[in-house]
Design a protein around this ligand. Structure first.
Ligand code: NAD
Length: 479
């Protein structure tokens, strides 16, 4: 079996092989598949030194020169799609076809920002006197640090790296302990693409040490984080000392409203993707469904038939649709949510059982459909992060919109209707940064992904994602 043992990548050098390691396990088999260093403060400091030293040269390059390098990087990622997907499935558990989809999605951020970097225009503004001009320019933020989660081991990195490098920033990332291997392979490909030393650095190690060191160093101008809301809150507090610029992509609790005029074939297809992709472990996963009373039974019947076809297992097998949960904590949360719903009167239509093997350290949960859900149930309020779909009934659209918005989260929401007026009213009424209208797969490099309320700050993707890595300066000129 292939072993993936990596060092840290700092200043164009692979370093730290002699250190204690973080071991990486395959969540489907329990096998030990690789390791990365468990580095301390010195590696973080070395990475900050390297990124600071590389900044002047990288930021002074023309956008076209940076674009050429990023384009080469995109092509190399795509040329290694199968290999990257295999590493991803082994460390994360998601089915191989989903991993390939993620590699393509991850690469699309490098490609899109290679082009967008050429369009970081400023503007010339009429002055307040005859001999006065105001010139607005955009410049790179500087050294950027990133912390990323395990559920998208490649895309959560490139969604930050692409715009940061295109803008002229240098970059240090701490990948998640569960899935660092895809990131390390991406770093090797970055080196091969000719990204200069110090421009892209990867430090594996203790998360607290990483964030404390980053937050305490004035040379790091920004932290971009994707992960849970509690950790985001903590980082915001830490960043307040130096007023560190922050982007936060945090947790969600996506509602789905299914109106009685929805195309149910389309609804079921989209809902299956929005729920069961990555075993429900996505920040925009459908977490709760509100179905209008007159189609409620029919929707459940159709979903039941589909959910029963899903195969759970090792993502390396072609027949697998739903992989394992990432770890014991994830499993226990899902199990707690299902038991709580049952205690509060939910009806399990399909699934409802898990398979935990603590000796092997593997945790699977059956794709589960739940009817008669209500708002007293924990799963209707807290992010479940598992393959569980609870459905509640509603009568009037206003009632469904109110229930959908009754949460501290505001990342993604979905609704299904064929009626344009009705859909316009619902889309405008939802307090969410991403709204899927008859669409369960809304993510794209050219769309400004991000949340309202406690789902975060800032946007990733599109031109908004570029602004996150640019400072605005104006030059007031007397001639
Ligand atoms: P997590 O917050 O536990 O971990 C995310 C990252 O933060 C990891 O790299 C981890 O090592 C690091 N971390 C943990 N504690 C830290 C600390 N005290 N200081 C500094 N870093 C720390 O989240 P997770 O379980 O890995 O990921 C799942 C969460 O991420 C879910 O809530 C999900 O909704 C969210 N997520 C959001 C988006 C988005 O775009 N909004 C995308 C993917 C995942």
């Amino acid at each position: 079996m292939a072993q993936y043992d990596f060092a840290n990548y700092i200043n164009g050098t692979w370093t730290g092989k002699e250190l204690d390691t973080i071991t990486v396990h395959n969540p489907a088999t329990g096998d030990h598949i690789g390791s990365v260093p468990n580095a301390g403060e010195d590696h973080v400091k070395q990475a900050i030194d390297a990124a600071s030293e590389a900044l002047p040269e990288w930021s002074k390059k023309t956008a076209a020169d940076r674009s050429d390098i990023l384009r080469k990087y995109f092509e190399l990622i795509m040329a290694h799609e199968d290999e990257l997907a295999e590493i991803m499935t082994k460390e994360n558990g998601k089915p191989l076809k989903e991993s390939k989809g993620e590699v393509q999605y991850a690469a699309s951020f490098i490609e899109w920002y290679a082009e967008e970097g050429k369009r970081t225009y400023g503007r010339l503004v009429p002055g307040k006197r005859e001999n006065h001009r105001i010139k607005v320019i955009k410049q790179p933020v500087g050294v950027v640090a990133a912390i990323t989660p395990w559920n998208f081991p490649a895309a959560m990195i490139t969604r930050k790296l692409g715009p940061a490098l295109a803008a002229g920033c240098t970059f240090i990332v701490k990948p998640p302990e569960e899935t660092p291997l895809t990131c390390m392979r991406l770093a090797e490909l970055a080196e091969e693409a000719g990204i200069p030393k110090g421009v892209f650095n990867v430090v594996n190690g203790n998360p607290e040490t990483f964030s404390e060191t980053i937050m305490g160093d004035m040379r790091v101008r920004k932290l971009t984080f994707t992960g849970s809301t509690p950790v985001g809150r903590l980082l915001m507090k830490q960043g307040s000392e130096q007023i560190k610029r922050l982007s936060l992509e945090l947790g969600g609790h996506a509602p789905v409203i299914v109106c009685d005029d929805a195309d149910l074939d389309q609804t079921v297809e989209m809902l299956m993707a929005a729920k069961f992709r990555n075993s429900g472990q996505t920040c925009i996963a459908a977490n709760r469904v509100y179905a209008q009373s007159n189609i409620y039974d029919e929707l459940i019947k159709r979903l039941e038939a589909e959910v029963k076809t899903l195969n759970t297992g090792d993502g390396m097998k072609d027949t697998t649709d739903v992989g394992p949960l990432i770890n014991k904590d994830g499993y226990e949360k899902v199990d707690r949510h299902v038991k709580d719903a049952q205690d509060k009167g939910a009806n399990i239509v399909v699934g409802g059982e898990g398979e935990a093997n603590s000796d092997k350290n593997t945790y699977f949960y059956q794709p589960t459909l739940i009817s008669d859900a209500n708002h007293d149930m924990v799963m209707m309020n807290e992010e479940t992060f598992g393959p569980i779909l609870p459905i509640a009934e509603y009568d009037k659209d206003d009632e469904a919109i109110k229930a959908a918005n009754d949460t501290p989260f505001g990342l993604a929401a979905y609704f299904f209707t064929q009626n344009v007026s009705r859909g316009t009213r619902i889309s405008e009424g939802l307090d969410y940064g991403i709204v899927g209208w008859n669409d369960g797969v809304p993510s794209a490099a050219q769309a400004p992904f991000g949340g309202m309320k406690q789902s975060g700050l800032g946007r990733e993707g599109a031109e908004e994602g570029m602004e996150e890595y640019l400072e605005v300066k104006y030059v007031s000129l007397s001639i």
